[in-house]
Design a protein around this ligand. Structure first.
Ligand code: MRU
Length: 338
C-alpha cells in the first residue's frame, strides 16, 4: 500500500496525518505533548476508532516527559478519555498502557520504558491486525464485486490498511477486481473526503454517492455486499458505528445484501450494556454550515449524533483478525474473546 502510517511515533513525537485537510492536502501534525494529542482527537485531526486508540497510547508516552510519575499518567489518561466517548478502542488502549505501567511499578521496572514499550506494541499490532482482517474478509469478495461502505474505516482510520477497506486491498492484491460505492457521510464527509481519496490513491475504482442513495443502488442490484467499520461491538453483536450505519443495515436487509462489520477484537466490548454506551453528540455547526457557508436557518434546532446503534439481527457477520464471526453472536463472540 502506498499510504504512509496515519499515526506514528517518530523521534519522540506523535506524528499524525491531518485528516481535516483531506483531500486537498496530505499534511502532518507533530505532537510533542499529550495536550496536543488530546486536541488532535477532539478536533478530528486524527479520527477512526483504532487510530484514536493508538494516538492516545502514544500520547501517554508524551505525558511522562512532563514528569515520569504514575499520577501524571493517570491525569493524562483522564483528559484523553474525555475526548470522544463512543469508540471503545480509546479506552481499551489507555487501559492497556495503564495496567502495564502499574505492573512496571510493582516490579520495580522503569516507568517510561514500560509505557513506551506498551504503546509501541499497540501501534505495531494495529497494522498487523488490520492486515489479518483484510485476509479474512477478502474471502468474502468475489472477482468483479461491488462493495458499499459508509464513513472511512480505511487506512486513515487506523495505523494502516483499515478495517472495512482492508479486505478490498487484499482482494485487489490477490488479483480480484473490486469497485467500491462510498457513501459521502454527512456532516463531516469522511466518505467523500477520505474514503474516496484513499481508494483513489490505491487504484481502486470508487463511486461516490450521497447518503440517501444507498437504496437506489441496491434496488438496481448494483451492490454485492456491504462492509462497514465499528466503534464498539457489544457481546450480543450490537454494533455502534457512524451515523447512517443503522439505516444502511435496514436497506441491506430489505434487498438481501449481506451486511458485514469489520473490526479488530479490541473493538469488542464484552462488559458494557447498551445503556452504558454514550453516543457522541457533535457541534450543530457541522450541520448548519458547509464550507463556511450557512446552509440552514438559525431558527432550526440541529441534532447531530455522530454514531448509531445497529441491532445484531441485521448483521451478517463480523470480520476480525481471529476469523469471521457469525450469529448467534452471544455464543461466537464469547468463544473468540475468552
Ligand atoms: O467520527 P469518526 O470519523 O471517528 O467515525 C469513524 C467511524 O465511524 C468508523 O467507521 C469507525 O471508527 C471504524 S474505523 C476502522
Amino acid at each position: 500500500m502506498k499510504l504512509p502510517r496515519t499515526v506514528d511515533w517518530v523521534e519522540g513525537k506523535v506524528v499524525l496525518i491531518d485528516q481535516r485537510a483531506l483531500p486537498e492536502k496530505l499534511t502532518f501534525v507533530e505532537c510533542e505533548s499529550v495536550d496536543c494529542v488530546t486536541e488532535a482527537i477532539k478536533k478530528m485531526i486524527v479520527r477512526g476508532a483504532p487510530a484514536i486508540g493508538v494516538a492516545a497510547a502514544l500520547g501517554l508516552i508524551l505525558s511522562l516527559k512532563e514528569g515520569p510519575s504514575y499520577d501524571n499518567l493517570v491525569r493524562a489518561a483522564e483528559k484523553l478519555k474525555r475526548t470522544r466517548p463512543t469508540a471503545i478502542n480509546l479506552f481499551w488502549a489507555i487501559g492497556r498502557v495503564l495496567s502495564r505501567a502499574k505492573s512496571a511499578i510493582s516490579m520495580g521496572e522503569d516507568l517510561y520504558h514500560a509505557v513506551e514499550d506498551e504503546a509501541l506494541r499497540i501501534l505495531e499490532e494495529d497494522e498487523r491486525t488490520n492486515r489479518r482482517i483484510g485476509e479474512v474478509g477478502s474471502e468474502l469478495i468475489e472477482d468483479g464485486s461491488t462493495v458499499m461502505t459508509i464513513c472511512n474505516a480505511g487506512s486513515f482510520a487506523t495505523v494502516r490498511y483499515g478495517t472495512a477497506l482492508a479486505p478490498i486491498y487484499v482482494a485487489k492484491e490477490r488479483g480480484k477486481d473490486v469497485t467500491v460505492v462510498a457513501l459521502e457521510t454527512r456532516p463531516v464527509l469522511q466518505g467523500a473526503r477520505i474514503t474516496a481519496f484513499e481508494l483513489g490513491l490505491e487504484g481502486i475504482p470508487v463511486k461516490l454517492i450521497v447518503d440517501g442513495a444507498s437504496g437506489y443502488f441496491m434496488r438496481n442490484h448494483e451492490v454485492d455486499l456491504v462492509i462497514v467499520g465499528a466503534d464498539r461491538i457489544l457481546r450480543d453483536g450490537t454494533l455502534y458505528n457512524k451515523i447512517g450505519t443503522y439505516s444502511l443495515a435496514i436497506v441491506s436487509r430489505h434487498h438481501r445484501v449481506p451486511f458485514y462489520a469489520a473490526a479488530p477484537t479490541s473493538t469488542i466490548d464484552m462488559s458494557s450494556k447498551k445503556e452504558d454506551v454514550i453516543i457522541e453528540m457533535r457541534d450543530p455547526s457541522e450541520v448548519m454550515f458547509m464550507a463556511g457557508r450557512r446552509i440552514a436557518p438559525e431558527s432550526a434546532e440541529v441534532l447531530n449524533p455522530a454514531f448509531d446503534e445497529t441491532p445484531p439481527d441485521l448483521v451478517t457477520g463480523i470480520i476480525t483478525e481471529k476469523g469471521l464471526i457469525r450469529p448467534p453472536f452471544e455464543e461466537s463472540l464469547r468463544s473468540v474473546m475468552c
